[in-house]
Design a protein around this ligand. Structure first.
Ligand SMILES: Nc1ncnc2c1ncn2[C@@H]1O[C@H](COP(=O)(O)OP(=O)(O)O)[C@@H](O)[C@H]1O
Ligand SMILES: [Mg+2]
Length: 262
């Protein structure tokens, strides 16, 4: 049986009119990934990673070309609340408890999430004892875990994550990568994660899509077939280093980064 499409972008261009002329954020983007796969977009700041994620989330529309998600328009998927989204800034509601933050998307959808499901999520992210805490009482890593639990609480078919771990130290980040892998495995969602960390990309992805700036374009795709679940011992294996070296070479061949704007 042929694999079903997860995300499909065809001849996508996205440009923004600005006072100093047209900024071409993306040009000539062609990308198809299978349903249920984990894709990582890797590239320097300004290469259009977030723009691709926003197109898939229906937060933007392409200037030209087509975007489909599970063979439907991003708008149809968004209206049906089939996407879980977590951004760099976890943007939790400070006056709501951890439990009530995770509950929120279900309330917005008018489909309340059962308490047992929230308990299960709290234990998955290791925050059973913090259900009643407010976001201000948590560390950055804990807040990110809540944001990811909130994104998957509705059992999304699609999971879109924009540098969710950018602000974390290396140790916490590796821990979160392992957590994310098991959360994703428990949902079967088609996932897309944006990062500029080579090792995060190699650790998490089924496929890494390497991008370069001015204009944002895809310079290569690398399939990563390490067995799952992947554990931190993978990080010391020569095969892992070989993949990282290959990704690094692709990134550097792609050209100089745009002026930092991350
Ligand atoms: N609303 C906007 N108006 C003008 N330019 C934008 C806008 N959003 C993004 N851009 C430009 O598009 C390019 C890609 O941005 P972005 O997708 O955020 O890159 P990345 O996530 O890879 O850092 C950058 O040059 C950025 O400045
Ligand atoms: Mg970005």
């Amino acid at each position: 049986m042929a694999e079903q499409n997860g995300f499909a972008l065809a001849k996508v261009r996205k440009s923004y009119p600005t006072r100093s002329g047209e900024v071409v954020a993306l040009d000539g983007i062609d990308l198809v990934v299978p349903r249920g796969s984990f894709t990582v977009l890797l590239g320097p700041s300004g290469c259009g990673k977030s723009t691709i994620l926003r197109l898939l989330a229906d937060l933007e529309e392409p200037t030209a070309g087509t975007v489909t998600v599970h063979d439907e328009t991003p708008a149809a998927i968004r209206r049906a609340h089939r996407t879980g989204l977590a951004l760099q800034d976890p943007s939790l509601l400070p006056w709501r408890s951890v439990r009530d933050n995770i509950r929120l998307p279900g309330q917005v959808m008018g489909r309340p999430i059962p308490n047992e499901r929230i308990d299960e999520l709290l234990s998955l992210i290791g925050l059973e004892d913090f259900a009643k805490a407010r976001p201000g009482e948590l560390s950055g890593g804990m807040r990110q875990r809540v944001a990811i639990a909130r994104a998957i609480a509705i059992r999304p078919e699609i999971l879109l994550l924009d540098e969710p771990f950018g602000a974390l130290d290396e140790i916490t980040r590796q821990y979160m990568n392992e957590e994310l892998q098991s959360l994703w495995a428990s949902t079967g969602a088609t996932a897309l994660l944006v990062t500029h960390s080579i090792s995060e990309a190699a650790f998490l992805a089924d496929r890494v899509v390497v991008m370069s700036p001015r204009p944002g374009r895809i310079v290569g795709e690398v399939a990563i077939d390490f067995a799952r679940p992947r554990t931190r011992s993978l990080l010391t294996e020569p095969a892992f280093h070989a993949v990282c070296d290959r990704l690094s070479a692709m990134l550097h061949a792609g050209g100089e980064p745009a002026m930092a704007d991350a």
